[in-house]
Ligand binder design. Sequence first.
Ligand code: NDP
Ligand code: TDO
Length: 283
Amino acid sequence: MSKIVVFGASGQLGQCLQHVAKERNVTDVVFLPEEQADILDAAKLQAVFAQYRPAYCINCAAYTAVDRAEDDVDLARKINRDGAENLSRVCDEFETTLIHISTDFVFAGTGNQPLIETDETEPISVYGLTKLEGEQVVAEHTSRYFILRTSWLYSEFANNFVKTMLKLGRERDELRIIWDQIGTPTYAIDLAGCIFTIIERQSQQYGVYHYSNEGVTSWYDFAKAIFELSNTSVNAVPIRTAEYPTKATRPAFSVMDKTKVKTNLQLAIPHWRDSLKECMSRI
Ligand SMILES: NC(=O)C1=CN([C@@H]2O[C@H](COP(=O)(O)OP(=O)(O)OC[C@H]3O[C@@H](n4cnc5c(N)ncnc54)[C@H](OP(=O)(O)O)[C@@H]3O)[C@@H](O)[C@H]2O)C=CC1
Ligand SMILES: Cc1cn([C@H]2C[C@H](O)[C@@H](COP(=O)(O)OP(=O)(O)O[C@H]3O[C@@H](C)C(=O)[C@@H](O)[C@H]3O)O2)c(=O)[nH]c1=O
């Protein structure tokens, strides 16, 4: 396989990529720790690219604290937009294909039909806005890019909703969980598999893609499935968004249509329940 460099390697998706690389015996891949490869340091990026001359660059680095971003706009924008710009410029210079990860939070979430790649974006949070700006600079500065929009990532690695529910479920008798935000969870191991498939197939069908697991759920129903699979006896109470005030507003409906990725890459995507089961067996 061609040489690959990964930024944001110690985050959740970065760790999943490391796991899948081992599973698939992908050896020509370099997982760069942040101290060696800060995406805000354009000079260091030049040095990294000159050293490795990668065919592919996977960008998992991001500012992902959705609520904190509302008060930390400058840093969120630096990492999610300026970092993406630095990478897309250096990728263009070295003729490297950039695989950049984005989010369902670029959408307002006011509709009720699965979202396709060309649907209008209208972020309603600082995180969503800065991620959209990141998409825009990538498309502006290089032509060889895949932007993969994904949603509700979880895995056995790092912090995520599944691990939070398991922890809170053990500590509390009752949990109140939003049921009027509808979307699709994504097992980050499946997304990592999709990324390596793009590389293995040497696809040149560049552009924006939606990738999540199959199916639809609410955070409440997702939590119920987590509790069932883990035999957690906590009482889960469905509540509306208004009853769970947060700094950032989240889209009410962010189900994404995956027809494009499935067709172009001939990819089978697992249902979220099957992937959740798989993940829980590994936690
Ligand atoms: N988590 C989710 O639910 C979803 C995530 N996404 C997107 O998927 C991608 C991966 O997310 P995920 O793995 O969950 O996120 P994480 O927050 O787990 O990982 C992001 C990583 O980026 C690192 N990072 C931050 N700033 C820089 C920098 N300047 N240079 C290099 N690395 C940096 C972080 O390091 P440190 O921790 O030290 O700051 C962290 O290791 C992101 O683009 C995210 O926006 C999309 C939809 C859902
Ligand atoms: C802990 C908890 C959360 N919730 C709700 C709040 C929120 O609407 C939802 C998920 O909460 P979290 O804080 O885990 O996740 P959140 O930060 O909203 O997750 C988002 O992260 C970014 C990075 C993305 O790109 C999105 O796709 C999405 O995954 O669950 C409850 O209703 N009850 C609870 O006890």
